[in-house]
Design a protein around this ligand. Structure first.
Ligand SMILES: [Zn+2]
Length: 100
């Protein structure tokens, strides 16, 4: 499911009131369950954000790790994949501002 499709589903889940014409009670129950599931998945995704790799032998740490990297040749960009992973998570979260 693309981020746009997820956004449309999320908007539908949020905006469709239980008593809206065409929204049967059983559909409303399904909607509430789906919305709860989406929120659960969003929370889980938010919690799966990664920190930058740190190693006691700072030569191997990511340049963006809290204590940096001893290998100046690595530059200042993330080389452990945390930035790419966290950007991917942010791209699929419908409401990133609401997640941890
Ligand atoms: Zn990193």
């Amino acid at each position: 499911m693309s981020a746009d499709e997820l956004t449309r589903l999320y908007d539908w889940l949020i905006d469709a009131p239980e008593d809206a014409p065409g929204v049967a009670a059983d559909l409303a129950v399904e909607r509430d369950a789906a919305l709860a599931r989406v929120r659960e998945l969003e929370a889980l995704l938010g919690e799966s954000r990664r920190s930058h790799y740190y190693c006691e032998d700072c030569w191997y740490s990511c340049p963006k790790a809290p204590y940096g990297c001893c290998d100046d040749a690595k530059g200042n960009e993330c080389d452990c994949g945390a930035d790419a992973w966290n950007a991917r998570i942010a791209s699929v979260l419908v409401t990133p501002e609401d997640t941890p």
